[in-house]
Design a protein around this ligand. Structure first.
Ligand SMILES: *Cc1c(COP(=O)(O)O)cnc(C)c1O
Length: 370
């Protein structure tokens, strides 16, 4: 049997017809940029998150960058970021000339360790970007407590956590601002690139709205040195269709994740740990084992695709190695060596799911005996 890591055409089988109708609606009107679809999606997604505003932008990276710009981040400012995130979190900071200051994660939740934040705060620190890695909200309340003491901001890289909850609040409404990505593989994915900033803060809203469209509110009057980073009408129309399915899709992900965890309980692999006050969006199902590379080879041979999120931590990326080569982040480095993501998405079939479980268990019992 072959189990692809993710097959996006299965979403097409489920709601492709509805997506095509949505695309035709845009084509019939012939307005492709900042029209009613974007407006409606922004209204629907902010309501979904329980926040006042949503501003559609071109990507998750831009959503983070524009949020930082709206908060007045300048060259030389220091922004705390997790040492084990996807590179975009760091790039958003670096691209503004600001400096990402890595903070190690907890090794059980994979999210930023609030206890390691305080010692990284300096005179230059302006804020913290937490990341809800693999779909599980970071410990925002503990981070906020520290941030308030030092009068710095906390924003959320929510590229993986659409629909997740932190202490009963949806991601998007629990912090000053959250940056979402609609990259096709995310829990809420477009048919191309897309992103959004979700916030209840009027100033951030106004600023991001200006910046994403050349700094203009009225046509041909630039109030700020903005960029072109707009969510387009076709993507917004498709996202509106997909948003209606998001909760059901996340529920299905959770079901599959729980079944994985139940099946692997009692083995010596490290399972995802979700504190009870959090609800993960289960963007990824990630296990940890020192035998990771052999497990992957075995699964590949048996037809099961896996991916490592992420094999090289940001400070070891060539893009950062020059500035960071002298630093080490052992927790992030160990995570990069031990984690592997198993196939998990709403249209993974029962058969495929059981097959993956069997193959992982086969490997584990074989490696115990040898
Ligand atoms: C996907 C992702 C991003 C970037 O999103 P793009 O839409 O690809 O720019 C940022 N942060 C995290 C954690 C991500 O997973």
């Amino acid at each position: 049997m072959n189990v692809p890591f993710l097959d996006l055409t299965r979403y097409t089988s489920h709601c492709g017809g509805e997506m095509e109708l949505a695309i035709s609606r845009v084509n019939e009107i012939g307005n492709y940029i900042l029209g009613n679809e974007v407006k409606s999606f922004e209204r629907e997604f902010s309501a979904y998150c329980g926040a006042k505003h949503c501003i559609g932008v071109a990507s998750g990276l831009d959503a983070i960058t524009l949020t930082l710009r709206a908060l007045g981040v300048k060259p030389g400012d220091e922004i705390l970021v997790p040492s084990n995130t996807y590179i975009a979190t760091w790039l958003a900071v670096s691209n503004l000339g600001a400096v990402p200051i890595p903070v190690e994660p907890r090794d059980d939740t994979y999210n930023i360790d609030p206890e390691k934040i305080e010692k990284e705060i300096s005179e230059k620190t302006r804020g913290i970007i937490i990341v809800d890695l693999y779909g599980q909200p970071a410990d925002a309340s503990s981070v906020l407590e520290i941030a308030e003491k030092y009068d710095i901001f906390v924003i959320d890289d929510a590229a993986q956590s659409h629909g997740a909850m932190h202490r009963g609040q949806k991601v998007g409404s629990h912090l000053l601002a959250s940056a979402f990505s609609f990259y096709p593989t995310k829990n809420l994915g477009a048919l191309g690139d897309g992103g959004a900033v979700v916030t209840s803060d009027c100033e951030i809203e106004e600023k991001v709205r200006l910046l994403r469209n050349y700094g203009t509110k009225d046509k041909y009057v630039s109030l700020d040195k903005g960029i072109n980073s707009r969510l387009d009408e076709i993507q917004a129309a498709v996202l509106r269709v997909k948003l209606k399915n998001l909760d059901a899709w996340n529920t299905k992900r959770e079901e599959l994740a729980k079944k994985y965890s139940k099946a692997f309980d009692g083995t010596n692999v490290k399972l995802p740990y979700v504190p009870t006050h959090l609800k993960s969006s289960w963007h990824l199902y990630v296990i940890g084992t020192e035998l990771r590379d052999n497990l992957r080879i075995y699964l590949q041979k048996e037809g099961v695709d896996t991916i490592v999120h992420y094999p090289i931590p940001p400070h070891k990326q060539p893009a950062y190695a020059k500035d960071m080569a002298h630093l080490s982040f052992p927790v992030a480095e160990k995570i990069a060596e031990e984690v592997v993501s198993l196939p998990l998405y709403p249209y993974l079939t029962e058969e495929e799911h059981s097959y993956v479980i069997d193959k992982v268990l086969d490997f584990l019992s074989y490696s115990r005996r040898h």
